[in-house]
Write a protein that binds this ligand. Structure first.
Ligand code: BTN
Length: 251
């Protein structure tokens, strides 16, 4: 149905009507399917966000999908794949005329509000990656968001974009495959990093970094070769922030 010109990303698509979480489903079948398998569900009853949050995933409201990939890399290199995915979403949307930007490390923003979140999960054993699950939620038609996130969340429809889910999934798979092959086969991080910088929502801006319930005001300087965020603290010191357990808030 997606008619993809890709080599392996999205060559196999598993389409579900309903599921708890496409990420959990992907982890159940991860060892049995080939790399590039894409799971898409019309709705999720237990959609997961980062840091234990809930991700609302009503039927028809958006794209709720998880991509299973099997890169031969060491586990510490896996977080970079979140940036590869984010860059691919932004490029895919840009190809379709949507001006979106990346709030490092895993949010996509349109008109200053979150339209897409990415949740990467890893299965590794003995310092080897079995598979990586990249979960992506893109709000397409959502109109009513829960009160807690009303101010921060949006959908393409709300921002005036009427796009088809098939087109977005197709563009995402094409862009992801390019960047992914570059990174895994040739060690090319530059193409991903260039997109992350070009479409960054935070570089050059002041943001709050929240870690262990502490909030610090910093200025974002760059994203470095490891995919980490480089910031300047109030006292002028330069720090490198790893994506792990931090949240970034606008000022
Ligand atoms: C976040 O912004 O906190 C990440 C949200 C990730 C949501 C997607 S929807 C498809 C996949 N399945 C899940 O349970 N979560 C991800």
């Amino acid at each position: 149905a997606y008619n993809l010109p890709t080599e392996f990303i999205g060559k196999k698509v598993i389409h579900l009507d309903t599921v708890g979480s496409t990420n959990d489903y992907a982890k159940e079948i991860g060892n049995k399917v080939s790399g590039g398998t894409l799971i898409i569900s019309e709705q999720q009853t237990k959609g997961k966000g980062r840091l234990g949050r809930v991700w609302k995933s009503k039927s028809g409201d958006g794209i709720w999908m998880s991509l299973i990939i099997k890169p031969k890399i060491e586990p510490y290199k896996a977080p970079f794949l979140t940036l590869v995915a984010g860059a691919s979403v932004v490029k895919a949307l840009s190809n379709l005329g949507v001006e979106a930007s990346i709030k490092w490390p895993n949010d996509i923003i349109v008109h200053n509000k979150k339209i897409c979140g990415i949740l990467t999960e890893l299965s590794a054993e003995m310092e080897r990656v079995n598979y990586v699950v990249i979960g992506i939620g893109i709000n397409i038609k959502t109109i009513d968001f829960p009160d807690e996130i009303k101010e921060k969340a949006t959908s393409l429809y709300k921002e005036g974009y009427k796009l088809s889910r098939v087109d977005i999934v197709r563009q995402f798979c094409i862009e992801f495959e390019k960047l992914y092959k570059g990174y895994i086969l040739d060690g090319n991080k530059q193409d991903t990093l260039e997109l992350c910088r070009k479409y960054s929502a935070i570089i050059g801006k002041q943001v709050y970094v929240i870690k262990n319930n502490k909030r610090e005001l910093v200025k974002c300087i760059d994203i470095n070769e490891n995919g980490n965020l480089i910031v300047k603290e109030k006292n002028g010191e330069i720090q490198e922030i790893m994506s792990g357990e931090v949240s970034i808030r606008g000022v």
